[in-house]
Design a protein around this ligand. Structure first.
Ligand code: TXA
Ligand code: MG
Length: 327
């Protein structure tokens, strides 16, 4: 077990980033901020480091990881881009978009990180600290969200500490993240497919492609089939407290996760109220989502009632995470 490690918590200074890059090179596990959520990084070419990463997260090893790189040249060393993939990369990288692509010949990423698939998930994050770290490190860094498997993703260094202190080597604190939900994952196949809604709205991608994104098959992949995006497991983001969606009222003992105006029946019943965005702003709501779910999960409520959130733009990712939280 990796429990019992001393986890170094550092600021995001140049010296700390250089230390983090050395730590990755030595096979260490480093949590760092991206624009979407905090990631838990390991050297993508080091199978032993990746095995430790799965162990630290308590994540089932069949779940493949996203390879993070600093620039397009580094991406092309691990994945093959056709014209459609290149168009998406040029339009949206760096940014909250992950592309699933065929592995490049001689791809140095360990098979353990891709769970034996012949495709690889790649992205260039748009966060100064992430980019500085990737540049200092040089190679690809695999990084799932820096939470224990099954918990909601961390949007602050404090969330990372709460889940992973004593299980990883370093946490680089770059302050709260900007986007707040994970990257949008697109399978750059024919037809292109939305594998996970996320921080880049589907509409923006469809505008760039000039056509609609296909949806993956509804049926959960069977144990014998290779899952397209196993992170889409229904309970991936579940808090411990029971979550009730599309709430039009608050029942006794419940906490309320609100969105917009809260002229609700039974508001006095709420043991705690947090509003994702008073103004009804979806970007603000995405930023607050995981932190508020964590806070309300700790409020000792009988359940968490969640108000409806519109399903366009970032609302698609917010509703996706809320549905998983309610399983
Ligand atoms: O915003 C993000 O994407 C964050 C930050 C840290 O970059 N990372 C993140 O990683 O959310 P993770 O491991 O929590 O989710 C990765 C998702 C999983 O749903 C996984 O199944 C999917 O990517 N994935 C990885 N490789 C894949 C592949 N070859 N084909 C299909 N899905 C893949
Ligand atoms: Mg995750």
């Amino acid at each position: 077990m990796t429990v019992g490690l001393t986890t170094r918590l550092t600021d995001a200074s140049a010296a700390s980033v250089a230390e983090a890059a050395r730590c990755l090179r030595a096979g260490g596990l480093v949590a760092f901020p991206t624009e979407t959520v905090y990631g838990l990084g390991a050297d993508a070419a080091n199978a032993a480091a990746i095995a430790r990463l799965y162990q630290a997260k308590g994540r089932p090893a069949f779940n493949p990881l996203i390879a993070h790189v600093g620039n397009l040249a580094a991406a092309e060393r691990i994945a093959r881009f056709d014209s459609q993939a290149r168009a998406l990369a040029e339009a949206f990288w760096p940014g909250p978009l992950t592309l699933v692509l065929p592995k490049a010949r001689g791809c140095p990423v360990a098979d353990l990180a891709t769970a034996g698939l012949d495709t690889i998930a790649v992205r260039i994050p748009a966060h100064g600290v992430a980019r500085a770290l990737l540049q200092a490190f040089g190679g690809a860094v695999v990084a799932p969200s820096a939470n224990l498997s099954g918990h909601v993703s961390p949007t602050t260094a404090a969330h990372v500490r709460a889940d992973l202190e004593g299980r990883i080597d370093m946490i680089v604190d770059g302050g709260p993240v900007e986007v707040g939900v994970e990257s949008t994952i697109v399978g750059a196949f024919e037809p292109p497919m939305l594998l996970r809604p996320g921080g880049l709205p589907r509409e923006a991608i469809e505008r760039r492609l000039g056509r609609a994104l296909a949806m993956p098959p509804e049926e959960p992949a069977s144990a014998t089939n290779q899952p397209l995006a196993p992170g889409m497991l229904a309970s991936h983001y579940a808090p411990r407290t029971k979550v009730r969606l599309l709430a039009a009222d608050v029942r006794p003992g419940e906490a309320l996760l609100a969105f917009g105006a809260t002229a609700m029946l039974g508001l006095d019943n709420a043991v705690a109220v947090m509003n994702l965005s008073d103004a009804g702003d979806l970007a603000e709501a995405a930023t607050n989502l995981f932190g508020y779910l964590r806070a309300l999960d700790a409020a000792g409520a009988k359940g968490i009632a969640v108000m409806p959130v519109p399903n366009h733009g970032l609302g698609e990712a917010i509703n996706d995470r809320l549905r998983r939280a309610a399983v």
